[in-house]
Design a protein around this ligand. Structure first.
Ligand SMILES: Nc1ncnc2c1ncn2[C@@H]1O[C@H](COP(=O)(O)OP(=O)(O)OP(=O)(O)O)[C@@H](O)[C@H]1O
Length: 292
């Protein structure tokens, strides 16, 4: 069942079109990724879902209602949510708890209990993000909106934050996650929408997006003799054969390496400088967003 429905949403700031026409649904329990280059309209769109902005046109519903009517069901951690430097973690939690009739304390599950007396300004980047998640979840929302949660974190803190997000989903919260990191989207998201210039240019599971841009695997090599390229292209595992200088680049399915090496062995061609790459969501993203 769709818990978030976005239908043909458009939003301008003066003459500037921030969101042109965006539609997507998010199913209950999903982690749904919103990807795209700077200025593609991601934040504006999620702010419309959060009920913080009103679209100029189109419809947004959360739990079948207008976002502004179900604010308590939506937990928001937005890019700009900074707290005063001197506020202690416990004070921030108390302050936000006072906004809700039945606040939920996430501090233990998020590993904050030993930092309750610390001032916000003295927390590491990872702890600041944990606190911002705890504050977004304090009202026990059905939907959490997390915008560029791990930007600026070191790789370890980023990984720790990912497992926190998985715990949040396991607790039954649907997550709308804005991110610039493909690795993050691949690891966490069930589906992703790739934004470009205010539109969704692709929407699918990370693995389906990868396979749409030319197969899951790439094999590169320099053949010791001329290749029968049409015969190579006819192999069921092969989706394309191109050349880069003296290198042959073959793209295709996961079984590609075995298929190509058997093909070469049958023809007694040796593959020099053989290299195998897994096509990643990074490659798909660059292709979908026009190289940005
Ligand atoms: N309050 C505003 N007033 C005027 N223009 C704005 C405002 N907020 C955003 N914009 C413009 O609207 C466009 C979309 O911005 P938005 O922040 O939604 O994109 P984004 O994909 O989230 O970008 P980023 O990844 O940089 O956060 C950009 O061109 C931005 O400059």
């Amino acid at each position: 069942m769709a818990i978030i429905e976005v239908r043909d949403v458009g939003k301008r700031y003066g003459p500037r079109v921030a969101v042109d026409s965006v539609s997507f649904d998010v199913a209950e329990g999903e982690i749904f990724g919103v990807l795209g280059p700077n200025g593609a309209g991601k934040t504006t769109t999620v702010e419309c879902v959060a009920g913080l902005r009103t679209p100029d046109r189109g419809e947004v519903s959360v739990l079948g209602r207008r976002p502004a009517d179900v604010r308590a069901a939506i937990g928001v951690q937005l890019q700009a949510s900074e707290l005063p430097e001197r506020i202690r973690v416990s004070e921030a939690l108390e302050l936000f708890s006072s906004f809700y009739p039945n606040p939920v304390d996430w501090s233990e599950r998020l590993g904050l209990t030993s930092h309750l007396r610390s001032e916000f300004g003295r927390l590491s980047g990872g702890l600041k993000q944990r606190l911002s998640i705890a504050l977004a979840l304090i009202g026990s929302p059905k939907v959490a909106i997390l915008d560029e949660l791990t930007t600026g974190l070191d790789p370890q803190a980023r990984r720790d934050t990912w497992s926190v997000i998985e715990d949040v989903r396991a607790a039954g919260v649907t997550i709308l996650l804005v991110t610039h990191f493909m690795e993050e989207a691949e690891r966490l998201c069930d589906r992703v929408a790739v934004f470009r210039e205010g539109r969704v240019v692709a929407l699918d599971t990370p693995s389906a997006l990868v396979s749409k841009v030319g197969g899951a695997t790439r094999v590169r090599f320099v053949p010791s003799a001329a290749l029968d390229v049409p015969a190579l292209e006819r192999l069921p595992e092969v989706s394309s054969v191109t050349s880069e200088g003296d290198q042959v680049v073959v793209s295709g399915s996961e079984d590609l390496l075995h298929a190509v090496t058997s093909f070469l062995a049958r023809r007694q061609v040796v593959a020099h400088r053989l290299r195998v790459d897994q096509v990643s969501l990074d490659d798909a993203y660059v292709e979908l967003t026009g190289g940005s």
